[in-house]
Write a protein that binds this ligand. Sequence first.
Ligand SMILES: *Cc1c(COP(=O)(O)O)cnc(C)c1O
Length: 372
Amino acid sequence: MTDVGDKWRAARSVMPPGHLDAAGCNVPSDQVLGAVVGHLHLERERGGYAAEPDLMAARSALAALVGAAPADVAFLESGTAATAALLGGWRLPLGGRVGFARTEYGSTLMLLRRLAEERGWILVELPVDDDSRLDLDGLRSRLAAGLDLVSVVHIASHRGVVQPAQEIGALCRAAGVSLVLDVCQSLGQVDVTGVGATAYVGTSRKWLAGPRGVGFLIVPGLTPEMDAAVPTLGGHTWAAARPSPQPGAIRYEGSEGAIAARFALGVAAGEHRPDLHMHLADLGRTARHILDGAGGWRVIEPLDEPSAIVTLTPPRGDSVADARTRAAEAGLLISSAPVARAPLDLGEPVLRVSPPPGTPTETLLKLARVLG
Ligand SMILES: *Cc1c(COP(=O)(O)O)cnc(C)c1O
């Protein structure tokens, strides 16, 4: 494996040998683990409030990954909570039109449907090609016909296709339409700079390899129409009818949270190296070429797609659940995506293999034998 993968592994004194589920929950570095534990100790020694760290460095490290500013970052407890805070509070005009694609994440889709029903938002499905990649001409024409907001998942949880985020960003900006980019699976895996989205929704534990229990929003395009779903003491000033939000992303934060985990996510974001992107793309390609056809399993996304999320469908006589069990018996940690993960894009569950940086080819060959 390349240097960058070796370095990533060397930063972890414990690395489960058969771990192939970075997209589910990755392995934090010793530094990140030390930051969580160290802060918990400090909270006990000094008192939680007295130990409160300056999260400025954490905000800056995250913001830098998308080319935003530290004040654009808000910490929440998950990607789902971040999406709910962002979309739930957005005051779209009456009959607001929201573009989305069929690869939309299950919980976001449920939220959009509810908001459509309760607030009269109109959901406009954007066209995609056979790989579920957004059709840019189709997006251009839907934008011209009138949209108020576009929601796109950069890389889905159930499919390794990388959406053309930079092109989507350029089209939305040219049309003056807000773009929400779900980077839960892309930040830390692929380049997310140069998109110019209004808002990014992310989570800590996946490709950024931060601790569990933290999600975040990055809102460089914050407008007065964008407020949190629920006003908070830390993010708003009192007004009986409509509390007014503080400037910046802080409006989305409550005062309580897993501070140790937020602090350590900043450490993880600071450890991220852009040369991991090329390495992970290579790893994904290698995995697809090894696994496609093994025991009759078929890779779903194009074999050379530049991501490290590999999804597979079973041959007749095998199943996703069986394969996971066999893999576990062989000491391999893989995952699956149930239909509910992306109900408009998945007809049946798929097996998901997502190698962390530095995964040896031998581990992928072992999985091919297990599938066969
Ligand atoms: C994991 C994920 C989410 C939700 O993040 P949580 O932290 O699990 O709530 C949203 N979108 C995508 C594409 C994801 O993979």
